[in-house]
Design a protein around this ligand. Structure first.
Ligand SMILES: Cc1cc2nc3c(=O)[nH]c(=O)nc-3n(C[C@H](O)[C@H](O)[C@H](O)COP(=O)(O)OP(=O)(O)OC[C@H]3O[C@@H](n4cnc5c(N)ncnc54)[C@H](O)[C@@H]3O)c2cc1C
Length: 390
């Protein structure tokens, strides 16, 4: 299979270091050679290619922006390029790496005890252990602070009760980072697979992100030792700081999905002839391609600038909201347009566009919906809180 060439209309390539290019090309090659040949089978079956997890570890793609404990410690732009290339393969592949790295390894690295770091980070970096992040509940999605999951102290233990919903990697995770309220304050607990009272039934009804495992987490009086609570953070800062990291990766990932769709639409319309000419020779087709290229490029520029700010320690969460909101919507629009441009073939899984389009519906919803990020930006601009009653 030919290695993907990508799009670089604003000459970002010139700004990349040799290391950043090398990281991007390594992941690009992995996706082309090892992931794309199997994704269709997994998407149809509704499974994630778990056999590739140790390979992701070997390539240093799990928790790659973290330092120490076996993590690769790459810079933020390199990390973004990793996410871009993984999602160029499939949003499910990027979701796996995002959850593992940004939502589980990052909080353990930032807020965990030394024992927790030693226990989980090297194994998770190698892909020998899988993590999941349990924040959303059946009745509390956009407003996680209203969560019902509770932790009650019992000597040296805590007893957790409640339920989490739509948890990526849930059914295959060795450890779940569960956010629960202890005396009314949100805390993070590392719950191990097999703990009595804890189960993670898989959700099989998805028409989106099918090559990704999603589960419910059921906590029925689950006893965890006090050493399993993250000692270094309390309140919503815990989960929200993880989400900022993951949303940064999504902003880049969406660029990858958009590039894959633009590439496929460009190739298809160049090769397919109707009314005696290639589809790409019609003005209506060119207008679509011009819009798709512009959306993809503006998303790419936002992601790249965000990466520069992050590396300089200057990135703020509202900028991440802007990039997540814009880039996922842009990618979704590119994917929907590309789907139409392939005609009937656009609905077939012999092509990628509909898979990306369906995936991006989830990406637009998770990690803060489009509307929630709109409200974040609205509050930042006006100072008014418009999420609901204060
Ligand atoms: C495939 C998939 C994987 C996921 N993985 C994880 C995971 O690993 N861990 C995890 O914790 N969660 C995960 N989620 C859950 C995800 O984060 C939530 O679905 C998301 O936060 C939205 O919550 P909700 O689905 O309950 O929708 P709701 O909050 O009920 O929102 C429904 C609609 O109402 C809108 N809305 C809500 N509030 C307002 C408002 N104030 N003003 C205007 N509109 C509003 C929303 O934008 C949305 O359009 C996943 C979801 C999916 C689909």
């Amino acid at each position: 299979m030919a290695t993907f060439r990508g799009f670089d209309y604003m000459a970002i390539e010139e700004e990349l270091t040799d290391e950043q290019r090398m990281v991007r090309n390594t992941v690009r090659d992995f996706v082309d050679r090892e992931f794309l040949p199997v994704v269709k089978t997994h998407y149809r079956a509704g499974t994630f290619p778990l056999a590739l997890v140790p390979r992701l570890g070997e390539l240093g793609l799990l928790g790659s922006s973290l330092s120490g404990y076996g993590c690769a410690g790459i810079d933020s732009v390199s990390y973004g390029l990793v996410m871009q290339e993984l999602e160029r393969g499939d949003s499910g592949l990027r979701s796996f790496a995002s959850v593992q790295g940004a939502l589980v390894m990052y909080p353990i690295r930032s807020y965990g005890s030394e024992e927790q770091k030693e226990r989980w980070l090297p194994a998770m970096a190698r892909g020998k252990a899988i993590g999941c992040f349990g924040l959303t509940e059946p009745d509390h999605g956009s407003d996680p602070e209203s969560m019902k999951t509770r932790a009650v102290r019992d000597g040296d233990h805590f007893v957790l009760s409640g339920a989490k919903m739509w948890i990526t990697n849930g059914a295959v995770a060795d450890v779940a980072l569960v956010w629960a309220k202890l005396d009314g304050v949100v805390r993070g607990f590392l719950v191990e697979k097999g703990t009595p009272g804890f189960s993670a039934p898989e959700i099989h009804s998805k028409l989106s992100l099918r090559a990704s495992v999603t589960a419910e987490l059921i906590l029925d009086d689950v006893r965890v030792h006090r050493s399993q609570m993250l000692p270094g953070v309390q309140g919503m800062k815990g989960p929200l700081s993880c989400l900022t990291q993951a949303r940064y990766g999504i902003a880049w990932g969406a660029v990858g999905a958009a590039m894959a769709c633009l590439d496929e639409a460009l190739r298809y319309t160049s090769e397919r002839t109707q009314f005696g000419r290639p589809l790409s020779a019609f003005q209506l087709t060119q207008a679509k391609l011009a819009d798709m290229l512009t959306k993809t490029t503006t998303a790419q520029l936002l992601a790249w600038r965000l990466g520069q700010l992050k590396d300089r320690g200057k990135m703020v969460h509202t900028q991440v909201s802007m990039a997540k909101r814009n880039n996922v919507r842009a990618a979704l629009e590119v994917a929907r347009t590309a789907r139409g441009m392939l005609g009937a073939n656009g609905i077939s899984d012999e092509y990628q566009v509909m898979r990306h389009m369906c995936n991006l519906e989830s990406v637009e919803t998770y990690e803060g919906t489009y509307e929630i990020h709109t409200l974040v930006l609205g509050r930042d601009l006006t100072g008014h809180y418009a999420f609901g009653p204060q």
